[in-house]
Design a protein around this ligand. Sequence first.
Ligand code: NAD
Length: 330
Amino acid sequence: MRGLPHSALRITRASHVSRATLPSLTYTASRTFVTTTQRPAPAQSGRAPPNPPPSDIADAATAFLGTKKRLPEFSLTDKVVLVSGAARGLGLTQAEALLEAGATVYALDRLPELSPDFHTIASRAEKELGTSLYYRQVDVRDVVNLNKIVTDIAEKHGRLDGLIAAAGIQQETTALEYTAEDANRMFEINITGVFMTSQAAAKQMIRFGKGGSIVMIASMSGTVANRGLICPAYNASKAGVIQLARNLASEWGEYNIRVNTISPGYIITAMVEELFKKFPERREAWPKQNMLGRLSGPREYRGAGVFLISDASSFMTGSDLRMDGGHSAW
Ligand SMILES: NC(=O)c1ccc[n+]([C@@H]2O[C@H](COP(=O)([O-])OP(=O)(O)OC[C@H]3O[C@@H](n4cnc5c(N)ncnc54)[C@H](O)[C@@H]3O)[C@@H](O)[C@H]2O)c1
């Protein structure tokens, strides 16, 4: 894993969000609307958290979200979580959030090469967070290998607590031009791949009897047809993921395994930046299609991933968490 070339990885940062330059309306404290050229993502607070009370200091090293008295249901300490598609992009951002919440994280992806960001996060996990990020190279279509890897991980730790299934592909082709081969590949990775990864994880969760939480990355495109983005098979695949989650939730609830989806809106990743170079009008048009007047960054889904994997969502299953800036609410 270490010392591999970095060329194949596209890592995105929240700072991309501030590139939105569309004029937009902002509601000010004086209750008037003003025109601004840019609407920033929520700012990080400069205020440091207070020190934990002395009685909790002993626990601070293992309570990664503060202390046992501060939202302990979000803590993932001692939990083992898989993230597919985590060599880069949204999956890697989710992996870092889980590490910050205290989990041991295994990234599963087909890429042979890892980015500097992956190594930076793995190093941060060891040195700063007291936990670990591992990589296992696997194509989610290789069901035999997938099951072997997931079984080995669960046996090593004596448990498996969570999965975020983020591996997926996208293809823009009109419905009249789509080939059966391309459509089958889309469904094989985006639906069957998510299904088989979830199945492999659920088998181990059932085996070790501790329940678990499975989160599938769907999309707002599983609920609506995107205006000006022609990808019929992708949208059908994400609708399939949303329905799959409901069915798996209904079958696995008896094992205390929860299954939910996150449906993001447009996320500014390197892939989307490339699209903007090819179709510059989309940089202007897409932000206008939601209620916040901007596109999202991968970091804006961190809290949702930790929420759904952790006990903070213990009574939530069979649900879709749509986070699209209001895109599909119009
Ligand atoms: N970028 C967006 O605007 C957006 C919006 C909504 C949903 N999503 C979804 O979020 C997820 C992550 O997307 P992203 O933007 O980070 O894209 P990305 O291409 O950067 O990341 C996807 C990852 O999945 C991996 N992958 C693809 N096929 C695989 C396979 N067969 N086996 C194993 N790994 C495989 C890739 O190698 C890659 O690392 C996807 O499911 C995508 O559909 C993205």
